[in-house]
Design a protein around this ligand. Structure first.
Ligand SMILES: NC(=O)c1ccc[n+]([C@@H]2O[C@H](COP(=O)([O-])OP(=O)(O)OC[C@H]3O[C@@H](n4cnc5c(N)ncnc54)[C@H](OP(=O)(O)O)[C@@H]3O)[C@@H](O)[C@H]2O)c1
Length: 284
């Protein structure tokens, strides 16, 4: 029941109408019997939005999505070391008017790998794409998971170089780069884990596409596709047939939300409930 003690959490972004976060988090709060509610706000005035959060002591937590992940940073009182390295915040916690920023995309993905039984320490990891999601996960794998080598393949050389330079400056992993079209086959052959971080394969426009030719896939490869709509992309389906270990994009979505839940409530996230809500929404 919503009453005078209810604590508020929300996603801010623009647009936010498509967000699954209200469904996931409200189901989790209910399952745990917590007096919290989660809503979505389309926001253009980031400074005003965070001043409002600071002034409302019951406004406990925020998820931050595109296009505000960088813009919120200058309005916070402290920022976690990982969010500072990545240069983006996706989670805010309000402790009595003191706002702390964090990022759960990378750490959540590490949890998804751990849950799948895939160790990353000492591994050579190939990233396809050089956007915001790849940035978050590459930093976590290079720093916290102790990957031996991170290779970034992209179609825009300047964007690849910018991310690679940043990773070299801030993490101990060996960093290589290449062209997504020209270097793909050799790079897949030379790595143990592939992280697909482009929109290729996504519903509705490119569901018949895969960025990795099926002949490149081999049974000892781990394939993680960040795309979560459809639940199983063409890349994942072909990787399963080739005998690869696969991790679905929905697992990243789940675990980044679970970490947010834990930061706001201090309680362990009810993963089965949250996973069920996600899969039901994505399958419909
Ligand atoms: N599972 C999750 O929880 C989760 C979370 C976030 C994102 N995602 C998914 O991850 C993907 C990337 O998201 P993002 O936020 O990182 O997006 P982004 O910042 O826009 O980056 C997209 C990257 O993909 C590249 N790209 C786009 N279209 C391409 C194409 N047709 N061929 C080759 N490369 C292409 C872009 O290259 P250019 O620089 O050349 O444009 C860029 O490097 C999306 O599919 C998104 O849905 C999943």
């Amino acid at each position: 029941m919503i009453d005078a003690h209810t604590r508020l959490c929300a996603v801010i972004g623009n647009p936010v109408g498509h967000s699954l976060s209200p469904a996931i988090h409200n189901a989790a709060f209910q399952a745990m019997g917590l007096n919290y509610v989660y809503v979505a706000f389309a926001v253009t005035d980031v400074a005003g939005c965070l001043a409002g959060m600071r002034a409302l002591s019951g406004f406990r937590g925020m998820s931050v999505t595109i296009p505000h992940k960088r813009a919120v940073m200058r309005h916070l009182d402290s920022i976690s070391p990982m969010a500072m390295r990545v240069g983006a915040v996706n989670t805010i916690v309000n402790d009595g008017g003191r706002l702390t920023g964090d990022t759960t995309d990378g750490p959540g993905t590490l949890r998804a790998f751990a849950e799948a039984g895939v160790a990353l320490a000492g591994k050579r990891i190939l990233f396809l794409g050089a956007g915001g999601a790849v940035r978050s996960v590459a930093f976590a794998m290079a720093e916290d998971a102790h990957a031996a080598q991170i290779t970034i393949l992209g179609r825009t050389a300047s964007r690849v170089k910018e991310l690679a330079d940043d990773l070299r400056a801030k993490t101990p992993a060996a960093i290589e780069t290449g062209d997504l079209a020209g270097d793909l086959a050799d790079a897949v052959a030379d790595h143990e884990v592939v992280v697909q971080g482009t929109p290729i394969g996504m519903y509705p426009d490119s569901m018949d596409d895969s960025p990795v030719p099926r002949e490149c896939l081999r049974p000892d490869l781990v394939v993680f596709d960040m795309v979560y709509r459809p639940l199983k992309t063409r890349l994942i389906r072909e990787a399963e047939i080739a005998g690869c270990k696969t991790i679905l994009g929905v697992e990243m979505l789940l675990h980044q939300a679970a970490l947010q839940f834990e930061l706001w409530t201090g309680e362990p996230a009810p993963l089965p409930v949250m996973r069920r809500v996600l899969i039901d929404n994505l399958a419909s």
